[in-house]
Write a protein that binds this ligand. Structure first.
Ligand SMILES: [Zn+2]
Length: 395
């Protein structure tokens, strides 16, 4: 298959995109760039949803429709997120041979601008070469990096495609077919404050209680498809005050919903048991002479569990995977079908009933200032997209 990719133009597009600031919630400049680019490419429709009202971003998600010249073929979509992680402003791209890096003080932003650049080049070569293809929809989301907010607020009914591909994973020629669900935990522990030097016996340390509960917990990798972590702790006022309020934030992830529920409950139980068995305070001298018995002050815990994102799992017989598999065969390429350990927009799109596989874009060491991308991988990605669009499955 001879695919007429213009490598220099692809590289230029990628560099341009990386050098536009687009931290989460400030994606407007990239969104404007995409509007201009796809307008010039004759997009049939450019729609911006109203998700900004929920996400707090400067703009909504964009859905761009490309008609194609084979309207009888099924519509598929591609998706990328427009936002990048910090430090991601003022990116200056360095190209050394085929390798793109930042100059070192920011991320590169190949997550997810590698995917965006490949899509733009794809549409350009389809048009320049008058390649037959069916209708395409391109979804550009906001706020992926801060909790998949854009995708969660997406006006997904606007997508008419039956299935699609999120271009958003490291490595190359990898297809992600499953990703875990995650729960977010906010553990709110109340003890009793007291002066640590004068009346320590009148206090209950929320911190000590939390420490006891955590000491009995299993965290880290729990089994081959589940993990748990407590990642943040807030609380305390001064060294001479017994801390009466500690907040711990954590997460549980699993590819299995049953295990996710069980491990989440295990953490809740560990804290509740510690609270239930915490020794009661000795009555104070005043209470000892009091006629009316008072309720002994006791600690308490509240565990707030929020579904962060649902799991996704595709079958090799699903049309979305059959199509990319065929595309790989057409290219004479072996694609790897793998499970991921993290959540992304695809988890949300799948939960809307839009089967979405994740395609690796060649991005590497993402979310670090060592991030890099090889132009050869970006070309390979674009070739794969081309093959997906022009695949001869079922014909
Ligand atoms: Zn990403």
């Amino acid at each position: 298959m001879n695919i007429p990719i213009n490598q220099e133009r692809l590289a230029r597009t990628f560099i341009q995109l990386c050098e536009i600031d687009s931290p989460s919630r400030r994606e407007k400049e990239v969104a404007d760039y995409l509007r201009r680019t796809f307008h010039a490419l004759g997009a049939e429709k450019i729609f911006e949803d109203r998700s900004a009202e929920q996400t707090g971003s400067q703009c909504g998600n964009l859905i761009i429709s490309i008609a194609g010249n084979r309207p009888e073929q099924e519509t598929i979509f591609f998706a990328c997120h427009m936002d990048t992680v910090e430090p991601g402003c003022g990116v200056q791209v360095l190209q050394t041979g085929d390798i793109f890096t930042s100059i070192g003080d920011t991320v590169l932003g190949g997550d997810d601008k590698s995917g965006i650049a490949a899509i733009i080049e794809l549409i350009r070569i389809l048009q320049e070469n008058k390649i037959d293809h069916g209708p395409l929809e391109i979804l550009f989301t906001t706020c992926e990096e801060i909790g998949l907010l854009g995708a969660k607020a997406l006006d997904w009914n606007r997508l008419t495609a039956g299935y699609g591909y999120a271009l958003d994973s490291s490595g190359i020629d990898r297809i992600i077919i499953g990703a875990p669900a995650a729960n977010k935990l906010l553990i709110d522990i109340h003890g009793i404050a007291a002066h640590a030097g004068l009346h320590p016996e009148q206090g209950i340390s929320a911190l000590c209680l939390a420490a006891q509960a955590i000491a009995n917990l299993r965290l880290g990798r729990l089994d081959d498809e589940s993990t748990a972590n407590l990642g943040l702790i807030h609380g305390g006022v001064a060294t001479n005050i017994i801390p009466d309020h500690i907040i711990i934030e954590g997460e549980v992830r699993s590819h299995s919903l049953q295990k996710l529920a069980a491990y989440t409950e295990e953490i809740q139980r560990a804290f509740q048991q510690e609270v239930d068995h915490w020794p009661a305070l000795a009555p104070t001298a005043l209470e000892q002479i009091s006629e009316t018995p008072t309720q002994a002050p006791a600690p308490s815990v509240l565990v707030n569990v929020q579904v962060d994102y649902p799991a996704m799992r595709l079958e090799l017989s699903d049309p979305v995977l059959m199509r990319v598999k065929q595309a790989g065969l057409d290219l004479g390429r072996t694609l790897e079908f793998q499970m991921a350990g993290g959540g992304s927009d695809a988890n949300i799109l799948n939960s809307f009933g839009l089967p979405t596989a994740i395609i690796a874009t060649g991005m590497n060491k993402v979310h670090t200032t060592d991030e890099y991308l090889d132009l050869k991988d970006l070309v390979r990605l674009t070739e794969l997209l081309f093959a997906i669009v022009t695949v001869t499955v079922g014909e």
